[in-house]
Structures are given as C-alpha cells and as structure tokens.
Write a protein that binds this ligand. Structure first.
Ligand code: NAP
Length: 356
C-alpha cells in the first residue's frame, strides 16, 4: 500500500501539503468531515469522508494507508487516537507545535520501534527551522551549555476565520507538561523542564537582511526539539509571535491563569475560533529560524535558516518527509524532522543556512 492520507484535507495546511505532494509526483487521498467541501478542495484527488476523529481512526485501521499526515489540531486531542490507529501498519506525521503533543508523540518511540513504523511530529515551520540550525551548529561537537532558539515566521493570511483547529491549538497548547503550572511558560534548566515567564527574556534580533524584530519566550515544540538536538542543560525557545511589550508581559500571567478555569477556556477557544482573518501579504520577504549555542569553554556559534513564507514552508516540510518515508529512507521510532533526516532536510525544502 502506497496511499498517503491527508487528514484535514479541506484545511489551509491540508490543501497546501496536497499541492506540494503532487509537485513531487505523489497523489494523496484527502480525508475530511464534509463530502461537499472535500470535493471542492480535492481538485480530482481521491477522498475519504469520515465524520469525526474516531471515524477517521476506524478508516485508517481498515484501509491501512502507507503514511497518514495529520493536520487536525489541537494535536493534544487528536494525535494519540490517530497514531494509535496507524500502528502497526502506517507511518504517521503531524504539524504539532505544542510541547504537550510533541512530547507525547516522542514518548511513543518504543511502540513505534517495535512496530517498525516512523512517527514525525513538529513537521512545520517552527520546530523544523529552529531544530535544523541547532543540529547544524552542534554537529560533531560536545554538548553545549546553553542554547537559545528564535523563530521568526513571515505569515501571509487568507480571508476566513481562525477556526477551531488553530484556536484549540493556541488555547490548549500552553504547556500541559511537567516542570511547572498548566498554563505557565517553560524552559530547560539543569537539563529539566522548569517554569519560565510567557513572553519573558525579550531580545531584539537584527536579521541577516538588516531588519530588526523582537522575540520573547514561548514554550512550543521547538524548545524540546532544541534540547534533544543539542543535549544542552539550559535551553530557551522564543518567537517573534510572542507578546513582548511590557504591558502584554504584565497581563499574560493573569490571562493565562484564567485559562485554568474550564468554562473560561472553552469560551476563549470558541471566541478565538470565530475571529475573522483578512487576506494580507506576508510582512517580510523571508521567515527565519535562529539559534545561539554556547559551549562550556565559552565558545559561541550563531546560525540562521532562511526560508520563504512560513505557512508555505510548513507544507513543503511534510511533503518532503512523506516522500522520504515512501522511499524507505526513514527509521523506526518517533522523531522531530531534523532529528530523523538531519540538517539537509531544510535545504531540500528550499532553506538556506547562514552560520557564524
Ligand atoms: N507547526 C506549524 O508550524 C503549523 C503551521 C500551520 C498550522 N499548524 C497547525 O495545524 C493545524 C491545522 O491548521 P490549519 O491552518 O490548516 O487549520 P484549518 O484551515 O482550520 O484546517 C483544519 C482542518 O481540520 C479539520 N478538522 C477540524 N476539526 C476536526 C475534527 N474534530 N475532526 C475531523 N477534522 C477536523 C477541518 O475540517 P472541516 O473542513 O470539516 O472543518 C479542516 O480540514 C492547527 O492545529 C495548527 O495549529 C501548525
């Protein structure tokens, strides 16, 4: 069986990944809840209608596709049942970028290895762009003492609404892992997850193109990927999308504490899902992954990965990973993208490194 299924086939990411796969000569199957919307998105591709995550899992067990690409967030809710349905027959890949979902998938390494199947999580811009720079900077060197990664996406938007998949990923995606409170930030200290301030450690970066941007602490999947790629005891992950103004930083702890109240969280998720998005062009030419790595002897290296618009790149990475899995280039187990395919994966997706 060589079928590639894209779950969430009507969505922004699902449609873009399908187009990238077709560019590579792979005709995927689009899976979704609504036959009409699915037909409109399919452009002649085969489709499977499954009304819920549970029905999708049943269909995967029945049809045993070669690779399943999951774009249905929040991944902390969908990844476990869908990965479960993939085993022992199918490889699994998702766009998770929250710490809880990424660590849950990576935690199933033993099960995947035993089944001889591969799971790749975090196959989107944030994890892949930052992790790739860390892998590149650390290759052939001892474990560094300290790592900071920054993701600077340049995102174009379509007319539409935020939608529940993205809203759920944002609202539910704040930690939910060991090392601190449920809706609190994280970093690594002494090799362990520890509390950190959301939007803390702001830093003004001068991008290689000369423009400036402020990044601040955001505990996403790239934190775990950077720690695993480097072995560093002290790791911080930051994003230009994190609120970094003094007022936002003052308000965030209160706002996130409120999310611990179930009805407040459901309300916030519903309201955010309904927010209208207006079409706008990408704010800058390139998106950037950035890392600064410091070793115990005091030596420091800095690197950048330059890619295009972040959402488009988020489609290129899964398509390239799927191509390699179908070619038999994967290894059994659970990985983030550059941990499986090394720093050249980002280059194969059009990224360019600038290392210092
Ligand atoms: N890691 C990264 O860099 C990165 C980048 C982009 C996106 N993402 C993540 O990827 C996810 C998708 O983003 P998107 O922008 O593509 O969202 P989107 O345009 O809203 O698409 C979501 C898709 O999921 C389907 N869906 C939603 N809830 C479902 C459910 N309960 N059961 C079955 N299908 C369901 C929707 O189907 P219907 O048509 O039936 O509603 C739609 O096809 C989000 O969680 C987002 O956070 C990650």
């Amino acid at each position: 069986m060589t079928d590639v299924w894209i779950l969430g086939g009507t969505g922004r990411s699902g449609r873009a990944i399908a187009a990238e796969l077709r560019r590579r000569g792979i005709e995927p199957v689009l899976v979704g809840r609504d036959a009409e919307r699915l037909q409109a998105a399919a452009g002649g591709l085969p489709t499977v209608v499954a009304g819920s995550v549970r029905e999708t899992a049943d269909a995967i067990r029945r049809e045993r596709p070669a690779v399943v690409v999951n774009t249905v967030g929040p991944f902390i809710e969908t990844a476990a049942p869908l990965l479960g349905a993939c085993l022992p027959a199918s490889h699994y890949l998702d766009l998770a970028n929250d710490l809880a979902a990424v660590s849950a998938i990576l935690g199933r390494d033993g099960e995947l290895t035993a089944a001889g199947r591969t799971a790749v999580t975090g196959a989107g811009f944030g994890v892949t762009a930052t992790e790739s720079v860390v892998v590149q900077l650390c290759e052939g060197r001892p474990a560094p003492r300290r790592v900071r990664v920054d993701m600077v996406p340049s995102l174009a938007a379509e007319d539409g609404i935020v939608g529940d998949a993205l809203a759920g990923s944002i609202v539910e995606g704040i930690p939910g892992v060991a090392g601190g409170g449920r809706f609190q930030g994280r970093r690594y200290r002494n090799g362990r997850l520890a509390p950190a301030r959301l939007g803390g450690d702001p830093m003004q970066l001068v991008l290689p193109d000369g423009s400036t941007v402020t990044t601040a602490s955001m505990p996403l999947g790239e934190l775990m990927a950077a720690q695993r790629a480097s072995g560093a005891a002290d790791v911080l992950a930051a994003s230009s999308e994190a609120p970094s103004s003094p007022i936002a930083r003052a308000v965030l702890p209160v706002a996130t504490a409120l999310l611990a109240i179930g009805p407040v969280r459901s309300f916030a998720r519903r309201r955010l899902a309904a927010v209208a998005t207006k079409a706008r062009p990408k704010p800058r030419e390139h998106s950037w992954g950035h890392a600064v790595v410091e070793w115990p002897d005091g030596s420091i290296r800095e690197g950048w990965l330059r890619v295009g618009e972040a959402q488009s790149w988020t489609a290129t990475v899964p398509a390239e990973v799927v191509r390699r899995l179908l070619d038999g280039q994967g290894k059994p187990g659970a990985y983030t993208p550059a941990a499986l395919f090394g720093p050249t994966l980002a280059e194969a997706c059009g990224g360019e490194y600038q290392l210092r």
